[in-house]
Design a protein around this ligand. Structure first.
Ligand SMILES: [Zn+2]
Length: 209
């Protein structure tokens, strides 16, 4: 098949549909403008969760080179964070400046057409983001947000260093809190043991009278 099939033209033929779908999934090359309105199209595009996007890979590579080990797109955590560092109890989200509304960002500008639609959409995304952060932080995770513009060539190294520093500090805080809890548990056990011993000796004293 030399020509790329169009979605509409092949919708009635199984094979054609398969090819169209394959192009849709793998290459995203066919034009959705043929059969979707602008709004529908943007909604659909936003649903295509961008996994392994380039800026994210650049950040991951940098962190790996700095010695960090991580899990990627952990489904068990709220919001499926892009990078998860259990040792440091830290998650990292790489956010597209437009979809997540990076404030004061040069890359992010509100489109001149359908302005209200876009503003509402971005606001919804931001609300969802904040909900996710709250859930994660409630479970003791530190959340780092990296904006895509911060991963542009000129800023990449600086961003990787900043994020690395933050991860290390989060790890220290996490370990200190863990140590604090361990000490508190130990203290509690010691006190309970001492109290039981006191009660026991008192009981024996009474018995011996
Ligand atoms: Zn930005």
């Amino acid at each position: 098949m030399l020509n790329r099939p169009t979605f509409g033209g092949h919708i009635n033929s199984g094979w054609g549909f398969f090819h169209s779908f394959r192009y849709f999934c793998n290459e995203k090359t066919f034009s959705m403008s043929d059969f979707l309105s602008k709004e529908e199209r943007s909604v659909r595009m936003s649903r295509i969760r961008s996994v392994n996007t380039k800026p994210e890979i650049l950040l991951r590579r940098g962190l790996w080179q700095n010695g960090f080990r991580y899990r990627v797109n952990d489904k068990n955590l709220s919001g499926r964070p892009d990078i998860v560092l259990p040792k440091y109890r830290t998650v990292v989200f790489v956010h597209g400046c437009f979809w997540h509304g990076h404030k004061g960002c040069k890359v992010y500008s509100v489109p001149k057409t359908n302005t209200e639609f876009w503003l509402a959409k971005v606001a919804r995304n931001q609300e969802r983001d904040q909900e996710v952060w709250r859930k994660l932080e409630a479970k003791g995770w530190s959340v780092i947000i990296v904006w895509e513009c911060q991963l542009k060539k000129a800023n990449l190294e600086e961003t990787i260093n900043r994020v690395s520093g933050e991860i290390v500090r989060n790890g220290e805080t996490y370990r200190a809190a863990k140590e604090e809890r361990r000490k508190a548990r130990e203290e509690y056990r010691r006190e309970r043991k001492a109290r039981k011993e006191r009660e026991q000796s008192l009981l024996e004293e009474v018995k011996s009278l």
